[in-house]
Design a protein around this ligand. Structure first.
Ligand SMILES: NC(=O)c1ccc[n+]([C@@H]2O[C@H](COP(=O)([O-])OP(=O)(O)OC[C@H]3O[C@@H](n4cnc5c(N)ncnc54)[C@H](O)[C@@H]3O)[C@@H](O)[C@H]2O)c1
Length: 353
């Protein structure tokens, strides 16, 4: 039985408390939030879970083996560092931290003490994303040409991080996972339409090895909630719609073939294939529940999590590079040798005063 303490009981933290409470191999011993109103709410929902405004009380308890962090991103580094230093395994919500340097320090702290560090990149625990990974790996889609993703809705406007830090970690995490690689470079454009300095709309162009292009549109300023990813391969194409409850993935047996023989340029021929559309049946387990189970499993078996600290660091490196590009009129930022934040910007992507 893994006893955990949860820090942060705002919008997302209660989902983690619910899952660790419901799983047979874990229980929530205590939770913490700075806001007494949120703690009141937790006491109503979970009368047996102790509450405190001071999260360091959870770190001092011997009966708590792991700390679950669902506080705002700019606090992750401090809370996770203290938790690791106190000898606790850590599950930290995405992004792992707000700079790659901080992520590296967290990885080092976990490694030094032999502790599990896992990042809440929930999408790598969805049946849909794992199906896409399987389809790519098996070669069913053929050679991957490009990926287009849209993650937009109205709000929720964040105060301390821009939309790239808030939403794009999901897309980068998904793409790094399904392609099993790290981008080579990124360019980004964005604009703060509603509030000064905090971009609410952004477009990222991300280049993966093998000439795989990816485009990511993230926005808090859109009339509809859209969570759509299109993967175009040489043999087949697919559309993943995370908002759809029953038909999350549609695999299109569509494609274009260049005829191998033609006599003159005028006879250059393409043949188009319009085949069947296949909708695979997917497991409908709650991804967060799968992630929480996986965290418990990794601690028990001393296994590397699917969304490991390294995965979290890779995502942050791309987000950091995207913010550097955004601050410099969309310049290409290579990722080969690490993408340090530009001198003009701090690690959260906001301009230094
Ligand atoms: N995996 C996902 O799909 C997903 C979805 C939403 C949010 N998130 C992540 O979850 C985290 C929290 O997001 P949210 O939307 O719940 O934010 P939120 O602002 O609603 O909640 C954060 C809570 O943390 C509390 N807090 C801040 N500092 C604290 C401290 N030192 N000690 C104790 N409590 C503290 C705040 O009082 C607040 O109640 C973020 O990292 C976010 O990126 C992940």
């Amino acid at each position: 039985m893994l006893r955990v303490g949860v820090v942060g009981c705002g919008y997302w933290g209660p989902n983690l408390i619910r899952n660790f409470t419901q799983l047979p191999d874990s229980e929530v011993a205590a939770c913490s939030d700075l806001n007494e109103g949120r703690l009141d709410r937790m006491r109503t929902l979970y009368p047996r879970v102790e509450t405190t405004r001071d999260y360091t009380e959870l770190l001092a308890r011997d009966d708590i083996a792991a700390i679950i962090i669902a506080t705002p991103p700019q606090t992750h580094f401090e809370v996770a560092t203290k938790a690791l230093e106190a000898g606790k395994h850590v599950f930290v919500e995405k992004p792992l931290a707000t700079s790659s340097r901080d992520c590296e320090l967290l990885l080092g702290a976990a490694k030094k003490r032999g502790l599990t560090l896992m990042v809440g990149h929930t999408f790598v625990f969805t049946a849909a994303v794992n199906k896409i990974k399987e389809l790519i790996k098996s070669g069913e889609l053929g050679e991957i040409f490009y990926i287009n993703t849209t993650r937009v809705n109205l709000g929720i406007f964040q105060e301390s991080i821009n939309v790239v830090w808030d939403l794009a970690p999901h897309d980068i995490s998904i793409m790094n996972y399904i392609l099993d690689s790290m981008p080579e470079e990124v360019c980004a454009h964005g604009h703060p339409y509603i509030r000064q300095k905090v971009e609410d709309v952004a477009f990222l162009n991300v280049k993966y090895p093998g000439n795989i292009m990816a485009h990511v549109h993230v926005s808090w300023l859109n009339p509809n909630k859209i969570r759509k990813t299109t993967v175009v391969g040489s043999k087949k194409m697919l559309v993943y719609d995370d908002v759809s409850s029953l038909e999350k993935i549609r695999i299109y047996d569509k494609g274009v073939t260049v005829q191998p023989h033609y006599d003159t340029f005028g006879e250059f021929q393409l043949s188009y294939r319009f085949g069947d559309i296949f909708i695979p049946k997917l497991d409908d387990s709650e991804p967060l529940k799968v992630a929480c189970q996986h965290f418990i499993h990794c601690i028990e078996k001393d296994a590397v999590p699917r969304s490991s600290g390294q995965h979290g660091l890779d995502v942050v490196r791309v987000i950091e590079a995207a913010n550097e590009s955004l601050r410099n009129s969309g310049v290409r930022v290579p990722l080969h040798s690490g993408a340090a934040a530009s001198p003009q910007s701090d690690s959260s992507g906001r301009k230094k005063k």
